[in-house]
Design a protein around this ligand. Sequence first.
Ligand SMILES: *Cc1c(COP(=O)(O)O)cnc(C)c1O
Length: 384
Amino acid sequence: MIYLDYAATTPMDQRVLDAMFPYFRETYGNPSSIHRFGQKAETAVEAAREKVAKVLHCRPDEIIFTSCGSESDNLALRGAAIARRNISGEKWILTAKTEHDAVKKTAEQLEKEYGFLLEWLDVDQYGSVTPESLSKAVCNETALASVMLANNEIGTINSIRELAQIARANHILFHTDAVQAAAYLDVNVDTLGVDLLSLGGHKFYGPKGVGALYVRKGTKLVPHMTGGGQENSLRAGTQNVPYIVGFAEALYLAAEEREMRTNHVRPLRDQIIGHVLEGIPDSQLTGHPENRLPNHASFVFKDVDGNFLLQLLDSAGFACSSGSACKTGNPEPSEVVTSLGYSRDWALGSLRVTLGVDSTPGHVDSFLKTLPDLVEKARNLNHT
Ligand SMILES: *Cc1c(COP(=O)(O)O)cnc(C)c1O
């Protein structure tokens, strides 16, 4: 079985597991306790916070540890929107249909249940949110804009620096979901210029079930988990010490080895894109041709049931994806792919192939040998 779904999740790095291990049984204190058991655990959490802050180029007290990328997105959007409205009354939220559900559904809930107003930013044919579309949408009632750094389904990288500058010039808060991006892109919050940035550990060889939110000093958030005063009183609950240690180690390694990892996956990705577009009739690349994650290839095939293709690939020994929301038996095309302008007969046939540290040229060769026949098979069955 060959794994080509690193955008869904990654296996944990052995070095990360080794770093976590002592914090399950040896150093098991509660970081909030006064005694030395607690102090040792607190020291580990604070060292992890500093490690994360170094990668992000921010202050340690601007890092809030959470349970996952989704939670970070929830805290950012709900926390900032409500605080902003309480302070100065703005109630417009700007985001895009290309966002991960953790952002989209949170924005929709804020509209439905909390009385906010929601506007979807236009995206271009590559799924990018352009500076023009943000400029056009802001008004003096805008509280917050949220645009992802890199898209999980189509790999497109947004010009966050430019977008954040527009937000700042208009005095609105800017959040970016960097959960998919952090494995390969620089997440320096100073150069990006964002107020809020979400991360999730399992997308960069860290553990599942742990994330972080960067909150620029002075940005007011309403806590979404109330209780003890942990995490700057924004996220109550005893910290998950081993997972926080693992998260920090994984992010550190991602930054340290970024160039090496990029150089490893990029040629493999280019080989996949080239061969698929050349060798498979009625195929198109989704997302931006150049400005995309180096490990990410995504396509649509006309008149193909994408989920059926995934099953054929699985039977042939390849684990791929059709995009984040597509589940077996769900006949709806992905909202991300339809927002690029593809009609249903194309959008239903989406395929995402994402590479990682354990991907080899041999994996790619055997994948490229197998795929064309399977696409043809799925296409023929679709017509009957
Ligand atoms: C995976 C992902 C999430 C969700 O992260 P979890 O840690 O799985 O909750 C959010 N946004 C993007 C872009 C993602 O790729």
